[in-house]
Design a protein around this ligand. Structure first.
Ligand SMILES: [Fe+2]
Length: 311
């Protein structure tokens, strides 16, 4: 399989009651989902009594929030979300709250509705909840690049060091001040020119050891192959910070693979407005973040959820 052989067809448009789903104006593999404003207003009204705490303590409430959104749309909406996330031609979309609210609790509820239309989020050991909110700011003393503003956070997949499937991920921008740079960097596996070389390399299916840093609260190591098949298509599992090669040859393979992806012309930079989220298939999309320009007042808060498909 070669990136050049992929037949490029523009993504179809889906319209339904209260929403329109069409190709993202800037990125050919991504969709943008636009909910009508009255749908957003009505959704927020109907879930106004559901607190973050209720969502965290009572798992069925999370699915009920998804149900509330679905009731305001048509029955195809949930199916279309899952179809897009599974569809190799896309595998991702953006959607937002269109400035109808700036309340952080509303962001949690909205992201919960979307994640539970896709499937079920995994327990996030860093936050000890089904979602995690975290800040990127001028100073940071953490033990990974997640919260370090001025470094490029290189392309990777999530869930590499946990022993459970991580089919999709959701990232939502909750707050941002004095931020220049720091855009999301995304790469669809089929857009990577050097894919063939690394996929056919003898180390492509070598089970590398992945270990999490202390802040992730995950103590067991796992073995992961860099490339594997899913739905009869090649997929990738990789993050430079948590993979432990044992030989110089292995280290070279990983280093060159990471470098090649960073240099890929297929890489896209996504600007996410506050109140918008992106959902991606975590098996054939890689994600990362560019460094920010230095600013002592820099502040960004993000929400993330990662999970598996159920239906
Ligand atoms: Fe990540």
């Amino acid at each position: 399989m070669c990136a050049m052989e992929i037949k490029k067809e523009s993504l179809p448009t889906f319209t339904g009651e209260g929403y329109r789903i069409q190709a993202h104006s800037d990125h050919e593999h991504l969709y943008n989902i636009e909910l009508e404003e009255h749908v957003i207003d009505r959704f927020l009204e109907e879930v106004q009594d559901i607190t973050d705490e209720k969502l965290e303590y009572i798992p069925y409430q999370r699915l009920m929030v998804a149900h509330t959104l679905l009731e305001l749309l048509d029955e195809n909406f949930g199916k279309t979300i899952r179809h897009i996330l599974n569809d190799r031609a896309s595998g991702g979309f953006t959607i937002g709250l269109r400035n109808r609210t700036t309340d952080a609790q509303d962001y949690v509820k909205f992201s919960t509705a979307l994640s539970h239309l896709a499937g079920i989020p995994n327990f996030d050991a860093m936050s000890k909840k089904y979602y995690a909110r975290f800040s990127v700011k001028h100073t940071d003393d953490s033990d990974s690049y997640l919260r370090q503003a001025y470094r490029r956070f290189t392309l990777h997949t999530d869930g590499t060091y946990v022993d459970e499937p991580t089919d999709w991920l959701l990232m939502m921008k909750m707050e941002e001040e004095n931020a220049v740079g720091g855009s999301s960097r995304l790469l669809h596996l089929d857009e990577w020119e050097d894919f063939d070389y690394y996929y056919n390399h003898p180390l492509a299916s070598y089970p590398f050891t992945y270990k999490a840093p202390a802040s992730k609260n995950v103590s067991e190591d796992v073995q992961r192959k860099t490339f594997y098949e899913w739905n009869n298509k090649p997929c990738i599992c990789f993050i430079d910070q948590f993979v432990y090669p044992e030989t110089i040859k292995q280290a070279q393979y990983l280093k060159e693979l990471s470098h090649s992806m960073e240099e890929s012309s297929g890489l896209i930079e996504l600007e996410l407005p506050i109140g918008d989220l992106v959902m991606l298939n975590n098996r054939f999309w890689l994600h990362g973040r560019d460094g920010f320009e230095k600013n002592p007042d820099l502040h960004r808060e993000l929400l993330r959820q990662r999970g598996r498909f159920v239906q």
